[in-house]
Ligand binder design. Structure first.
Ligand code: DGJ
Length: 694
């Protein structure tokens, strides 16, 4: 018996096929195949030869490689019966359900009394395929590892790119050459983490941002994932993603992986980036008021920290509004007796010493300025020095003698009474005030990974979202420690990094754009003297870097000189004038000929306009700027390009490059084939080039 199925989204085709009722293999994933392709022939053509030193038949690299079938690599499932006996199932076909752009395949092992279902949903608009695996058992079993559908990796690929990072240094791309054996990433911190963003990109040889093929993966789960990319002894390659191993701490009868999002591109890394950006923005994030423009954000954290004084905050709000802010977020320090980070987490009542009349006077003032109001919480956390910990020490997760993180423990979110308590406290505050935004923080790792904890957090957010549907939520975890499509299904913005250093931010944003759209990526203009790096960066650079994403401010506006306030007001005005199309644009990373220049192009969905940001992150090796090639344009069309901040060229730019004099009209072919020649500039500056299709 041969079975085959295909999924198409107009850009990519995925073909699954199986013999003898066994688990299917992905026998093709890549550029769209003709409709007439014979899938049976494809299955036959896919098979590799056998020679000395090999088994008589190559074990299938199936959607869940089975240990019991002599599979020479990591299995897709590791499971024990309640008496701890390892279970080694052999699944047989049970049923297939095909729907428009969707496919569900179910398999059973009647002896082991287990079922396995694979789900695939293609999206012809975003070109992201969403897939997952579900395991069922007729009695509780212990799950050690369950992979989302296992896919082959291309052979014409020399390396893989995955993502690591740290506090203030999120989204660092790690390139690892393929070799025999595996690249294994496992995040056992219990949250998505700065260190292990759950993404993988496999470029084929020679792929750049703008050209070539790439395959990309993202696992949408906030509790810590496991990824392995393995080259088998016969040369085949497999990619597995799932929850971190042994994260299901209790036996169960049904386990489901998080969704694995995959996409294939023949338009370079940008093809994958655009698919993920669009899918995140248009399918995952559910904005409460989609028609409302993304508001310019103000966050008071780096202005006042824990030192909350009503007149000062009112003054800051007034100044922020004058600069163009439309939302004011009151950060940590408003509750309990929270004068520093040693106490009060979980005591979610307004501090009467700082706010004798409650939050209303501040909220009213913020509203009178035309801004909306947001409030910080860190719901999953508890300080040992808090009333709630004194009353309910058993609500904390982990042992009594655990090492604290930022002087705090995590609450056990699997306990319904903990979730009810948090819901009651948070909903009381949301009901009593006109608050339409929560900054939801999560500042420590868990004592151990536990899927029930992540499910508990999701349940609390879902309940609050259901009852306060107009409240937006920002996902923060010491900056970008909880960014993934699992949390973004429930939230609306991410605090990408605690680094407000524009130079660091430029790089972090650039690499995060492989997965994240501008509309959800918060970016703030920080203090002149950066609090996390010590650098002093000019206001123009700080403002333009924030203007690349969802713009905000996070400095004390009282420190601004008149010049700084004027620049910031102007750039904010520019951002407001352009956010309507920019927040829906594709972010395309440019292949910069100068490693000192980090450049991107934001291209409107209809191709009618674009803006290019060329950030000079360091001093260039060569003396004259190298032309910067644009991308994604129509070669036959002409474009008017204009350097909108040419007035910032320094005196040391002595020549007369054309863009310094005025706008130019050039073909898409020239702009993409030769590139724009920008004027000379200092390091730590940004050129901003607008383009309009004529
Ligand atoms: C960590 C966050 O990343 C900061 O932005 C700020 O909200 C602090 N927590 C507050 O404690």
């Amino acid at each position: 018996m041969i079975q085959e199925w295909r999924l198409d989204d107009g850009q990519q085709t995925l073909v699954l096929a199986a013999r003898r009722g066994r688990l299917p293999e992905c026998v093709y994933w890549g550029a769209a195949l003709p409709a007439r392709e014979d899938l049976g022939t494809l299955l036959a053509a896919h098979g590799i030869d056998v020679t000395g030193g090999m088994l008589d038949e190559n074990p299938d690299l199936s959607l869940c490689p089975e240990a019991v079938r002599s599979f020479p690599g990591q299995p897709g499932l590791i499971l024990r019966d309640t008496d701890s006996t390892p279970l080694l199932p052999k699944f047989c076909f049970a049923e297939a359900r095909e729907e428009d752009h969707a496919l569900y395949l179910t398999y059973r092992d009647d002896d082991a009394r287990l079922g396995l279902t694979f789900g695939f949903v293609a999206d012809p608009e975003t070109h992201v395929i969403t897939c997952d695996t579900t395991l069922t058992a007729d009695r509780p079993v212990h799950l050690h590892w369950l992979a989302a559908p296992v896919l082959p990796a291309p052979q014409l690929s020399d390396e893989m790119i995955d993502v690591s990072g740290r506090w203030c240094g999120e989204f660092q791309l790690a390139r690892t050459p393929w070799s025999a054996g595996m690249r294994y990433r496992e995040n056992r911190t219990g949250r998505t983490g700065h260190e292990h963003f759950p993404g993988l990109i496999i470029p084929t040889r020679g792929t750049t941002n703008c050209s070539g093929e790439a395959y990309a993966f993202h696992y949408g789960w906030s509790g810590g994932h496991r990824m392995l990319a393995e080259e088998l002894p016969d040369g085949r390659r497999q990619v597995q993603f799932g929850h971190a191993a042994r994260m299901e701490t209790a036996p169960g009868t049904e386990f489901r992986t998080a969704p694995l999002y995959i996409t294939y591109s023949n338009a370079g890394l940008n093809g994958c980036a655009v698919a993920f950006q669009r899918h995140t923005r248009d399918r995952i994030v559910q904005m409460p008021r989609p028609d409302r423009p993304r508001p310019v954000h103000y966050n008071c954290w780096e202005a006042v920290y824990f030192d909350h004084k009503l007149p000062v905050l009112q003054d800051i709000a007034t100044r922020a509004a004058a600069l163009g802010a439309e939302r004011f977020v009151l950060d940590d320090g408003w509750f309990g007796t929270r004068d520093d980070d040693t106490r009060s987490l979980s005591d979610w009542t307004v501090d009467p010493r700082k706010y004798p009349d409650g939050l209303t006077p501040l909220i009213d003032h913020v509203h009178s300025l035309g801004m909306s109001f947001g409030l910080w919480f860190e719901p999953e956390m508890i300080n040992p020095d808090s009333d709630i910990h004194r009353a309910h020490p058993d609500w904390a997760l982990g042992s009594e003698d655990q090492t604290l993180g930022r002087q705090q423990k995590a609450l056990n979110m699997a306990l319904p009474e903990v979730r009810d308590f948090l819901y009651d406290r948070m909903s009381a505050i949301l009901s009593a005030h006109a608050i339409d935004y929560i900054k939801w923080d999560h500042n420590r790792v868990l004592p151990m990974p536990d899927a029930a904890q992540t499910r508990g957090s999701y349940a609390l957010i879902d309940r609050l979202r259901a009852d306060f549907p107009l409240v937006e939520i920002e996902s923060c975890a010491s900056g970008g420690g909880r960014i993934d499509l699992g949390i973004l299904r429930r939230t609306h913005r991410v605090w990408l990094s605690d680094s407000n250093d524009a130079l660091e931010r430029l790089r972090i944003q650039h690499d995060a754009a492989l997965f994240l759209p501008a509309s959800v990526t918060g970016s703030h203009v920080g203090p002149r003297h950066c609090h996390t790096s010590g650098r002093v960066i000019d206001i123009s650079m700080r403002a333009w870097v924030a203007a690349q994403r969802h713009m905000g401010f996070e400095m004390d506006p009282r420190e601004l000189t008149d010049h700084e306030a004027a620049v910031l007001t102007e750039v904010t005005g520019w951002w407001k004038a352009n956010r309507g199309w920019m927040m829906r644009a594709d972010i395309l990373r440019l292949d910069s000929a100068d490693p000192a220049v980090i450049a991107e192009q934001q291209l409107a969905r209809d191709g009618s306009r674009f803006v290019t940001f060329a950030g000079k992150a360091a001093t260039s090796a060569q003396i004259a700027p190298r032309p910067l090639r644009l991308t994604g344009l129509d070669p036959a069309a002409t474009y008017r390009v204009d350097l909108i901040n040419r007035a910032t060229a320094p005196n040391l730019s002595r020549g007369k490059p054309a863009l310094k004099q005025g706008p130019l009209v050039l073909s898409g072919a020239y702009l993409m084939g030769h590139g724009v020649t920008l004027p000379w500039h200092f390091p730590e500056t940004m050129w901003v080039l607008e383009g309009t299709r004529l």
